[in-house]
Design a protein. Structure first.
Length: 192
């Protein structure tokens, strides 16, 4: 069994066929689905883990990093975690939520922090800063400032870059010691 199947079976789910996902169903009909996500370039650009498990259920979609990860850690420093450690973290964080009413489990997970929050991503800070994006952000995706100016905003190593499209104007912010509120505030000032 692969990692996701092991997690489902260990938590009393019977595996069912669900194209594109690894899904389990409990005797009471409760479903839990998972998939593995990996994209190093996109992860670096939007400041998220480069590999993780997407947990679909418990009132939303959550992430469980399969690499060593903390906020704004460059992708080249995100080393693979041991399977046993990933399973242990699932059992510690997610398994107890499986026994709660869905809305209660989701509330607890929302409070568990950005490690598990699929929305803790550069896009959220960009929107909070008043920027307009046409799709998920990335190194080549346009971001529009309130003035209408077009930028590219992306993570690169240990810094966040804002580059005005078709010009030499570029700003950057060191990410070490920062949080998402710092990113949002910097975007408000740099992308004008």
């Amino acid at each position: 069994m692969n990692l996701l199947e092991q997690i489902l079976v260990a938590n009393d789910y019977e595996l069912v066929n669900d194209p594109g996902l690894i899904t389990g169903v409990r005797p009471d009909g409760t479903r839990l689905s998972m998939l593995r996500w990996s994209n190093t370039k996109h992860a670096e650009a939007v400041l998220i883990p480069r590999n993780y498990v997407v947990v679909c259920g418990i009132g939303g979609r959550w992430r469980l990093p399969t690499v060593e990860w903390e906020r704004f850690l460059p992708v080249e420093e995100q080393t693979p975690r041991k399977t046993a450690d990933i399973i242990a973290e699932f059992n510690e964080v997610f398994a107890p939520m499986l026994e709660l009413p869905t809305d209660e489990g989701a509330t607890i997970l929302r409070g568990a922090g950005e490690r598990y929050d699929m929305g803790a991503i550069l896009d959220r800070s960009a929107r909070a800063a008043g920027l307009c994006t046409t799709s998920f952000m990335g190194r080549k995706k346009p971001v529009h400032a309130p003035s209408g100016a077009e930028y590219r905003v992306y993570g690169e190593g240990r810094r966040l870059v804002a580059s005005r499209h078709k010009s030499d104007v570029e700003s950057s912010m060191a990410l070490v010691g920062r949080d998402w509120d710092d990113v949002t505030e910097w975007l408000r000032e740099a992308v004008v």
